[in-house]
Design a protein around this ligand. Structure first.
Ligand code: ADP
Length: 587
């Protein structure tokens, strides 16, 4: 075991166990001792059978029996002590792993949470650390027992009658060979595929459930459902292939480990060929008792091998998060002089992408100016907005706020300057008051109320049982997407940052909500530098400047009138948009 790949998982486990690492050694030593103690009663049992078969002084039996009981109790107590040691270490290691992961996650670029999917990260923090905990707590002592037992067993098996011993070992060795074919590098790969498939299903399930309200409200085609179904189908196919691949070695292994008993019957025939002596009866009885131990030992080895592959995969997943570069923090933290924004030849390429999502884009926004980013879906609007907030660092070019490169500002300074309201604004399971206060923890209740009022939220507050103290998501308190967005707008109003980034919603459930969100946006954007990602052209007409994105490049810019005159992509999009409105009105 442990030869699955050159990966020093024990070193990592010791690191995570920290001050408790010596308990691992103690736990394993106790488990080994317990394994040895468990085997000795089998020798005493042999003595008992011998006394009975040979008709020796029956008084000895008592002594052997009590000796065996004492040893078994002793072994049990030692095993419990071993488990105690490994459990303490396991809990400590898991806690350390989770806290180092969480500390790391807090320093990562915010964009990671889009890129890698929150479902995957959640699974690593929860499941991969839990797999490590199980491994240290249970598999490690079991593995030690599984390693010590065969050695003692070999002695017990060959000591009394080597011929029967040899016969018993035939299926054991074949079973062991079958087991070895189920491990190794190829299987570690399979384990990775299995965990990857679980990850994908977890993210897709989350996306699917999140998408249900949108799908139901707008009767959209169920893209997320199709992806979810595809990944379940993919997993089903993987599982079938995997099962088929294992069918021969697994059948071989199970048959062999359970056939050891049958070999004793053969041995009994061989031994009794020329008449049965007392010694033969003794040996056959003894082997009938001892052979199940071989089966148990082999099964334990097989399971601990599998657990080790799961552990290595889990540790590698944790490593992958720990290896992501955190955003470099500026040490001197320069202060921007105003709220103007300047993008100079900015390019950005997503991890593993083959082309730039944004290519050499230059945009200049004066303090207090309202600009809109428009363009087809996938043209790079959201990426630009996310680069300004430093969800990622630009691949090329620079982004300055008030004359200072965003990389030269501390992240606290940057976050103070900018508020953003994205489409999938999420509320946490706390009261409305706490949700709004997230942007300014020291705000008074009156300030929060004012913000809610400006964000057109009063109708929401009025219908809730405990007003702003109602906890969202509890006892069926449900807010629609538009309502949630208005609460997040209130958050931004309260923060009152000089720069605002708005991702306008693509669709609304009802016109009343749409009007309220629009009014809330207008109130919020007053006297602020605004970058709006616009999806519906009706809202951009009044922008100071419109930047048209097409396939990652900024192809046109100017006011609405200027762009209409240019008769380019914007004019075409606006024409289509007006016609669709007329069509809707007509319909
Ligand atoms: P828009 O906001 O205009 O719809 P985006 O900025 O979201 O466009 O996307 C621009 C391009 O970058 C698209 O081709 C999109 O597929 C790609 N992209 C967006 N987000 C990611 C991501 N997290 N990982 C990889 N590619 C991405």
């Amino acid at each position: 075991m442990g030869k699955t790949e050159k990966y020093d998982h024990m070193k990592l486990i010791r690191q995570y166990a920290g001050g408790h690492k010596n308990l691992i050694t103690l736990g394993r030593a106790l488990a080994a001792l317990s394994a040895v103690l468990t085997l000795i009663p089998y020798f005493l049992l042999w003595r008992i059978i011998k006394v009975a078969v040979d008709g020796e002084d029956a008084g000895q039996i008592n002594g052997y029996a009590w000796g065996a009981v004492a040893l078994i109790v002793g072994a049990l107590l030692l095993y419990i002590a071993a488990l105690l040691c490994t459990h303490i270490t396991a809990f400590r290691a898991q806690a350390n792993m989770r806290s180092s992961l969480m500390r790391r996650i807090l320093t990562l670029p915010l964009g990671i949470f889009d890129e890698d999917g929150t479902g995957k990260i959640r699974r690593i923090v929860n499941d991969s650390t839990a797999a490590t905990e199980t491994y240290i707590a249970h598999t490690m002592p079991d593995k030690t027992v599984a390693a010590v037992t065969p050695v003692g067993l070999l002695v017990l098996v060959f000591a009394f009658n080597w011929k029967i011993g040899l016969l018993c070992m035939i299926p054991a060795v074949i079973g062991f060979c079958c087991m070895m074919t189920m491990m190794g590098k190829g299987m570690q790969e399979k384990m990775k595929e299995y965990q990857d498939a679980l990850d994908t299903m977890s993210s897709e399930a989350t996306e699917y459930v999140r998408g249900v309200p949108v799908v139901k409200t707008f009767g959209q085609t169920v893209h997320s459902f199709k992806r979810f179904k595809d990944c379940i189908d993919g997993f089903g196919k993987w599982a079938t292939d995997y099962t088929l691949m294992l069918r021969f070695p697994m059948t071989g292994f199970m048959t062999c480990v359970n056939a050891i008993f049958a070999f004793i019957v053969i041995a009994a025939f061989v031994v009794s060929k020329d008449g049965v002596s007392n010694a033969d009866i003794l040996n056959i009885m003894y082997y009938i008792i001892i052979t199940p131990l071989i089966t148990i030992a082999l099964t334990k080895i097989a399971y601990s091998g599998e657990a080790e592959m799961t552990l290595i995969d889990a540790l590698k997943r944790v490593d992958r998060i720990m290896e992501i570069e955190p955003l470099a923090e500026s040490s001197n933290g320069q202060k921007p002089k105003d709220s103007g924004i300047e993008l100079k030849d900015v390019s950005y390429r997503y991890k593993d992408a083959t082309r730039d999502a944004v290519q050499k884009v230059s945009i200049s926004i004066k303090p207090g100016e309202h600009i809109a980013l428009v363009g087809p879906s996938g043209s790079g609007k959201t990426t630009i907005a996310e680069l300004v907030v430093r969800f990622f660092d630009v691949t090329e070019g620079t982004i300055e706020i008030g004359g200072v490169n965003v990389k030269e500002m501390t992240s606290a300074e940057l976050m103070d300057r900018i508020s953003f309201v994205f489409q999938d604004s999420r509320l946490i399971k706390k009261s409305i008051l706490d949700n709004v206060r997230l942007s300014k923890p020291e705000a008074t209740e009156t300030e929060v109320m004012e913000a809610l009022q400006k964000a057109q939220c009063m109708d929401i507050i009025e219908k809730l049982p405990q007003g702003i103290h109602t906890v969202i998501g509890e006892k069926g308190t449900y807010l629609s997407g538009g309502e949630q967005q208005r609460i997040t707008i209130a958050r931004a109003v309260l923060k009152d940052a000089p720069i605002l980034i708005l991702d306008e919603a693509t669709a609304f459930a009802d016109p009343d909500n749409e009007a309220k969100v629009q009014a809330a946006f207008e109130e919020l954007a007053k006297n602020k530098t605004l970058i709006m990602i616009a999806h519906r052209l009706s809202t951009v007409v009044n922008a100071d400047k419109i930047f048209v994105m097409d396939d990652g490049k900024c192809t046109e810019s100017g006011t609405h009138e200027e762009l209409i005159k240019q008769n380019g992509l914007y004019a075409k999009m606006f024409d289509e948009y007006t016609r669709s409105i007329e069509w809707k009105v007509g319909a």
